[in-house]
Design a protein around this ligand. Structure first.
Ligand code: HEC
Length: 311
């Protein structure tokens, strides 16, 4: 019987499978752990905070325990005016991102600077802290613990902020709502960049988990969506009901993220809204019903802050 050919085939198959597993599983591990965080990776880690997947601090994915990104134009400690500065506020008890708690994620040079110039080893989760992303004269990015270097504490910074961006909590909404079933956050190294912008670099993902690359693309890539559409009004209409602005969109409605009350404290009646909207789609009224303004602590606000922060 001709077992010999069968045996050779088995060896060949075994070799091909092991080699491909080696390339897929082992090599990326070596590569990724040797790459330093880029400035973008530091921004993402400090914006999103600790893991925004199924984290034990927030098992029901409500967006709890996340930092707040703020824009400042005056020094919260002295009140003096300063150049527009982005700071990342971790109120007391907010878990730090893995770049600050695991030794290898920042990369050797970034870590050295973050400790020597940035004093990150003096930051404490229990007391809360405020961070900045800086670069040295050789363009190496690092994290500055502004609580230690400038005496900025989280309450004072939140009070002094011109703008607060809840993008950390918003990323949890993005994960929970499954936006990544249709959207990618990964323009590829193909003609993709012409419509969706610059593909990411390896070091852009240090410390980010999950990356929400997306599993399949049925809709536009969103990695730089905030750079091509920064309209809060458009996002408000589109998330409430995508058909208000894109008549044939297959994107689901996210009107339930508005919660029970709108920005002025009025109860939102989704059933009544639907009725009026159906009348509009049947041509019985000329205008669609007004979309309620979302309140400052609604999930809709978190999600829209996250989307507009994707630049
Ligand atoms: C069933 C697939 C599907 C899901 C799920 C989905 N979308 Fe979409 N989305 C689309 C399609 C298709 C478009 C393009 C048509 C349109 O604008 O509605 C789109 C458009 C968008 C746009 C505008 C993109 C641009 O280039 O201007 C944004 C922003 C967006 N979606 C965000 C989200 C977010 C956030 C979620 C999760 C809460 C989500 N989408 C869930 C299919 C989907």
């Amino acid at each position: 019987m001709a077992f010999r050919e069968y045996k050779i085939g088995c060896y060949m198959f075994g070799f091909a499978l092991s080699f491909s597993m080696f390339v897929t599983i082992f090599l990326p591990g070596v590569d990724i752990s040797s790459v330093s965080s880029t400035e973008l990776a530091l921004d993402k880690q400090l914006t999103y905070g600790h893991e925004s997947g199924f984290a034990y601090e927030d098992p029901f994915l409500q967006g709890h325990g996340k930092p707040v990104k703020v824009v400042l134009s005056k020094d919260p400690a002295t009140g003096a005016s300063i150049d527009k500065t982005t700071a990342y506020v971790f109120p007391a008890g907010t878990p730090f991102p893995s770049g600050l708690t695991h030794t290898k994620i920042l990369g050797e040079d970034v870590k050295l600077l973050s400790e020597s110039l940035g004093k990150i080893d003096q930051a404490s989760e229990e007391a809360g802290a405020v961070f900045l992303v800086q670069t040295n004269d050789k363009d190496v990015p690092y994290v500055e613990n502004a609580t230690a270097t400038r005496g900025w504490n989280s309450d004072a910074v939140l009070k002094a902020a011109d703008e607060t961006i809840m993008a950390g909590a918003g990323k949890t909404m993005f994960v929970r709502e499954g936006c990544w079933w249709c959207h990618t956050l990964l323009p590829e190294q193909t003609q993709d960049w012409q419509s969706f912008g610059r593909p990411p670099l390896l070091g852009d993902f240090n410390g980010e988990s999950p990356t929400t690359f997306g599993s399949d693309r049925k809709a536009p890539d969103l990695l730089h969506v905030g750079a091509r559409n920064s309209s809060k009004e458009w996002m408000t209409l589109h998330f409430f009901n995508p058909r208000l602005v894109q008549p044939h969109s297959i994107m689901p409605r996210y009107d339930y993220l508005w919660g029970e009350k709108d920005a002025s404290g009025n109860t939102i009646d989704l059933a009544k809204w639907d009725e009026e909207y159906m009348a509009y789609t049947h041509g019985e009224s000329i205008y669609p019903p007004e979309v309620p303004e979302y309140s400052a602590d609604s999930e809709a606000r978190y999600l829209i802050d996250f989307i507009l922060n994707l630049k």
